[in-house]
Design a protein around this ligand. Sequence first.
Ligand code: OGA
Ligand code: NI
Length: 425
Amino acid sequence: MAMASASASQKVLLLDLASNINHVPTNYIRPISDRPNLDQVDSIDDSIPLIDLHSLTSSNHVVQQIGQACKDYGFFQVKNHGIPDEVITNMMQISREFFRMPQSERMKSYSDDPSKTTRLSTSFNVKTEKVSNWRDFLRLHCYPLDQYLHEWPSSPSSFRDNAAEYCRHVRQLALTLLEIISESLGLEKDYINRALDKHGQHMALNYYPPCPQPELTYGLPGHTDPNVITILLQDDVPGLQVLNNDKWLAVNPIPHTFIVNIGDQIQVLSNDRYKSVLHRAVVNCYTERISIPTFYCPSPEAIIAPAPELIDKDHPCQYRSFTYSEYYQKFWNRGLATETCLDLFRSNSCVASREPNSTTPNNFPPPTTIVITPPPPTKATTSPISIESTRETQLNNSPTTRNDWQIPLHITFVPQPQQLNLLPP
Ligand code: OGA
Ligand code: NI
């Protein structure tokens, strides 16, 4: 009993701490060089494109519009997306109810361990960060749903049903958008879908309490999302800002629309054609704000690499291949930082690539320094390169030192590009 009341009085969650203060505690205060400068933000003149998905079946205009938005902004909004209003309203309603429950009820879901698949926490990663963020969040894994549903909060009583219904709908929207994005890159419609292996889907319910001094802190500082695409639902309170041409743009809420952004994995798959763009959440002194991002992801074991179709001599391969779990661990451990996590995976080697209408790879390196781009995921069972991937797994179980995997190739192969069939068929 004594323990329980001690932890209750500690006010681990920001919501409970913020309800009664008129100054931001020092651990939330950003250095002067890293503050939101709210008066310099463009909230009227420009915004991210709004795309109507209604005409999706009848034209490829939408493909072109989304491709352009991905190039110019890394962000767009969608309307007529097919998700019923009721599903959206219910999701927002249960989120609000969740955060309004008494502290003792909310704390049942609390954990500061980012590897937990269902957890309520605060800021970003309380174990590693130096400055805290003005946010509480409930994070849920939501695909495959059956695997996680039983872990979700059971109160409010309609939480599981409503959130599950929402997740199923948003997943369908994500799959549609991934087809459009694949097409817009000139790839097969199902390319990205296949690249994600068994797929993953996470959701956050972000709760940003009113803040007495919003110019000193962030709800979330500038970051890129580590996943494939994010589909964000926000209530009617502004707070999201997107970096565009070195200026922060406010994305003001439009009812019944979702905000979509390209995550780091599309930047890799597209070999930098599309950029995962910095965005942040700022807070205000008047009112709470709720946002609900769905993070659509590869499954942890998926091997991510630039699409061979998007590598040529004008576009050398920008990234080494990695498993999504390796990427994701780095993301959580290093904290939100303006330098994106992608830089840790940049490749500085020459790679075999596919030139259109060519039977031999361009830039083919001498035998002793061969570095191979792994084939796209669905080709993995038929390509000779996958044999080497298997061997790498046997030789080196640590996913953090995957760069070593070309060593056995040096020993066992005398590379003859045509015979080895290094290029995906
Ligand atoms: C995020 C995020 C923005 C917002 O959770 O990754 O960018 O408006 N959220 O809450
Ligand atoms: Ni984000």
